[in-house]
Ligand binder design. Structure first.
Ligand code: NAD
Ligand code: GLY
Length: 359
């Protein structure tokens, strides 16, 4: 097992990464210690992984709530049903929420924990690649609003993250690829050598070779933790973790949540960001081609779906990086080097979008 630390002073926590660690007795004991637990999971995940998790909780009172799978569960109705259960079962401030599942479960469960009685502890047990490399780390929690992705939420750090890499064995191929999109993002924003390693290891990753997946998860978490430690509440540098996301969130919003997987939308969004960076003269054609080639090899989309450029711009304008009406984008100045900026002519953005949507 590898342990990484997210060093945030009093809110610091470990990320445990390893094969077969779900069910390892004692690992969660320091965090649970007899407290009332609420496990939140989803219809697909609970039948496979609930029992080993329960076995780690000892004699603590444990309730389980299971939500329907998928992005459409990240809504006010499901959030209300979690809070209703916590009230009905009389959880106190000492209760602890444990999220077992993908990013959807982690985001909504973490948000319920953030707001129930002004905040109770929670533990992330991510079971998708995307959740293990991204959403379980860093404390962003929340739900979608019909007007925009993740518009309602809170920063609330987990007490620990337990990533059992064996859970990835049951993950559908499409979900594995969606997680790999966020892995590629880390190479693009911070580590050109890691990006080259991903180019070499693409087949091994798709074949779920344990050594390749372990390294990809570890390196991704290291990069994410480093950025989060520098800027926990996204006052500046943390926005680079949203490379490709302003475009990607607009795809998700325009298509209807759940139609495209989040990682797929991010993949197409990163290709759009790379293309726009190239159009502005920030990065080279070779860079954009490398981004497209790698994502295509990982079975990810590089083109957005056909949409109206004006509608797309409107959806982009609901992004949380918009300040004073300006759409701030994360753009690429070469592989491994990105910058957050609103310093581009907006007609260039509309030109790029119009070019993308014409087939
Ligand atoms: P998801 O949570 O919808 O999970 C994908 C599907 O895989 C679901 O149907 C789930 O039930 C199933 N599944 C999960 N684990 C499984 C396993 N081990 N075996 C078989 N099936 C399994 O999707 P996701 O990609 O994990 O997360 C996407 C969400 O994460 C989006 O809502 C996105 O906005 C959010 N996100 C949040 C952050 C953050 O910092 N908080 C970062 C990135 C993404
Ligand atoms: N996934 C973006 C962030 O955690 O900041």
């Amino acid at each position: 097992m590898i342990t990484l630390n997210v060093d945030l002073g009093r809110r610091s926590y470990p990320i445990f990464i390893g094969s077969g660690i779900l069910g390892t007795s004692g690992l969660l004991t320091p965090y649970i210690n007899g407290r009332d637990c609420l496990i939140l999971s989803s219809e697909t995940v609970a039948p496979i992984y609930l029992e080993p998790l329960r076995a780690m909780l000892g004699t603590s009172r444990t309730e389980v709530m299971i939500l329907p799978d998928g992005e459409t569960s990240k809504n006010f109705t499901c959030l209300e049903s979690i809070l209703d259960l916590m009230v009905e079962k009389k959880y106190s401030r000492d209760g602890i929420v444990i999220t077992l599942g993908g990013g959807v479960i982690g985001d909504i469960g973490g948000f319920a924990a953030a707001i129930y009685q002004r905040g109770v502890d929670f533990i992330q047990v991510p079971t998708t690649l995307l959740a293990q490399v991204d959403s379980s780390v860093g404390g962003k929690t929340g739900i979608n609003h019909p007007g925009g992705k993740n518009l309602v939420g809170a920063f609330h750090q987990p007490r620990c993250v337990l990533s059992d890499t064996d859970t990835l064995r049951t993950l559908p191929d499409r979900e594995l690829s969606a997680g790999l999109a966020e892995v590629v993002k880390y190479g693009l924003i911070a580590d050109a050598d890691f990006f080259s390693w991903l180019e070499e290891q693409a087949n091994g990753l798709l074949k779920r070779e344990p050594a390749a997946l372990d390294y990809a998860i570890k390196r991704s978490c290291e990069i994410k933790a480093g950025v989060v430690v520098e800027d926990e509440t996204e006052q500046g540098i943390r926005a680079i973790l949203n490379f490709g996301h302003t475009f990607g969130h607009a795809i998700e919003r325009c298509m209807g949540y759940g139609e495209w997987l989040h990682g797929e939308a991010v993949a197409a969004g990163m290709c759009m960001a790379a293309r726009f960076s190239e159009q502005l003269g920030w990065s080279s054609t070779d860079d954009s081609q490398r981004v497209r080639h790698l994502l295509t090899r990982l079975n990810l989309p590089c083109q957005p779906p056909p949409l109206n450029p004006g509608d797309f711009m409107a959806a982009m304008s609901m992004d949380k990086k918009v300040i004073g009406g300006e759409i701030r984008l994360v753009l690429m100045a070469g592989i491994g080097n990105v910058k957050v900026t609103a310093d581009y002519p907006s007609h260039e953005l509309l030109d790029m979008l119009s070019g993308q949507f014409i087939r």
